[in-house]
Ligand binder design. Structure first.
Ligand code: S3P
Length: 171
């Protein structure tokens, strides 16, 4: 059985794009928890937050993580808040190498300033919001097998680094 790769980390760290490159390079399947939820409910994440609230979304996210964690040969990109429930990380860890992506707050701000798909960052003062949520979560992101700051690297370079780490792990 080929071990999965689970990508965790703050919004805008590059989980989806780097995950897609990784999956292509390693001939693995790619899944993104937010996309799976959106497809199942036929509703975009901001609308789910607005209509059902964050706790409801977190419950759905947890069910989705539990399902995806049982797959094989998959790169699983998670939503940035997946670390809020330690059981999510426990489920992923069963069969995945956990990779935490990060980026400097200013870089995240630049990447997300035109984005309208992140309800927790909607409205004014984007950098302040990023710093506040990052501070709340910093400790929770410290649960990975490998950490990578994507601030100064291309998504391709980031994927290469993860592949190198994974190869080192299995040799
Ligand atoms: C969230 C991150 C988002 C999405 C939702 C909540 C968070 O995913 O799950 O908006 O709490 O950090 P990305 O990390 O893919 O943006």
């Amino acid at each position: 059985m080929k071990k999965n790769i689970a990508l965790i980390g703050f919004m805008g760290a590059g989980k989806t794009l780097i995950g897609q490159i990784l999956a292509q390079r390693l001939q693995m399947d790619f899944l993104d928890t937010d996309t799976v939820i959106e497809k199942e409910l036929q509703t975009p994440v901001p609308q789910i937050f607005a209509e059902k609230g964050e706790p409801w979304f977190r419950q759905k996210e947890k069910e989705t993580v539990r399902k995806l964690a049982t797959l094989e040969n998959s790169v699983i990109a998670t939503g940035g808040g997946v670390v809020l429930d330690p059981e999510n990380i426990g489920a992923l860890r069963e069969n995945a190498l956990i990779v935490c992506l990060s980026a400097r707050p200013e870089v995240i701000c630049e990447r997300l300033k035109k984005d309208t798909g992140r309800p927790l960052l909607a409205g004014e003062d984007l950098l302040i919001k990023i710093n506040t949520i990052l501070a709340e979560r910093r400790e929770k992101y410290r649960c990975a097998d490998f950490y990578l700051d994507t601030s100064g690297v291309t998504p391709q370079e980031a994927a290469e680094e993860i592949i190198r780490f994974r190869q080192g792990r299995s040799s």
